[in-house]
Design a protein around this ligand. Sequence first.
Ligand code: SAM
Ligand code: SF4
Ligand code: SF4
Length: 340
Amino acid sequence: MDTTGTAITDQFERPLKDLRISVIDQCNFRCTYCMPAEIFGEGYQFLSQEERLSYDEIVRVAEAFASLGVEKIRITGGEPLLRKNLSELIERLYAIEGIHDIALTTNGVFLPKQAEALKAAGLDRINLSLDAIDDEVFKSINSRGVKTSPVLKGVQAAEDAGLQVKVNMVVKKGMNDDQILPMARYFLATGHILRFIEFMDVGNTNGWNMDSVISKREIIDQIHEHMPLEPINPNYYGEVASRYRYQDGEGEVGIISSVTDHFCDTCTRARLSADGKLYHCLFASGGYDIRSLLRDGTSDHGLKLEIMKRWTRRDDRYSADRAEGKTPKDKKIEMSYIGG
Ligand code: SAM
Ligand code: SF4
Ligand code: SF4
């Protein structure tokens, strides 16, 4: 069967369009809501180099996905900039036919050293995570005593290299909800789009409960009271952030509301973990072992057929189920492992 360029859809007619690749499970931060230091401590066993997919293996998988309709790739982690020579991988992914857009999600600390090489390799966009503009609040979140300035230098370095930059902020009650307005003001002034992310029940270690979620509505209301906002249309089908523009002039913010206003109906994303497991949902409990397939000598055609088989059977809609009170109790994969 020739599957070149074939657009495949899942059980809810959702096409396969995006691939998120986690390149490493390690991180230089211990954000309390993602990799709590008491769990991801000294003795924590991260993946070995042998366990992680090599760049050759990642490129092979990406080629298979591109031939099945994937156009966008996002590189994530852990902290992806901790993986050696990441620009080499970007360059090879950029060369794949059908891939039009390569983005990276990072905490930004290593960007001053790497931004130019990443841009030269073909990277288009960066999502930079920053959860507070106040140093003390930020230090208490990243648990590594890192102030905001190294991250803001990362924003500047990405900007100087000609990369498009958006800033993402996870909002959790009692952690940084007092930072919503200061962050909105700061990034309105710098001209960057800031996107607020509702705290999600990913993984099993971040102590999530519904009370700690600040909803999309609350975030909008808080900002709107001081700086009036109005909704605007999505840029494209399946955009995860709802967009709002400031009524008084330039600038917009986005809200990623996986908890209180899910977007499962247009979810076109597949995820590949650093050790080569394929997941169809951020909240999945198990993944399909692509690494074994690759290392057992499966042909490119065989690889494509397996991916196709799995996507066409896909019926994940975790956030929609959660909204209907049907959340399964199975152990879920950790965010640092699958990369958000
Ligand atoms: N280390 C990189 C970074 O922080 O940008 C990339 C990986 S990180 C897992 C990707 C994104 O997931 C970050 O923006 C992070 O804030 C977000 N994230 C992690 N845990 C989350 C949670 N429980 N709920 C919502 N977002 C979360
Ligand atoms: Fe690291 Fe990103 Fe998780 Fe923070 S959110 S611990 S920077 S992987
Ligand atoms: Fe996609 Fe799963 Fe998130 Fe729904 S819950 S938007 S299916 S990743």
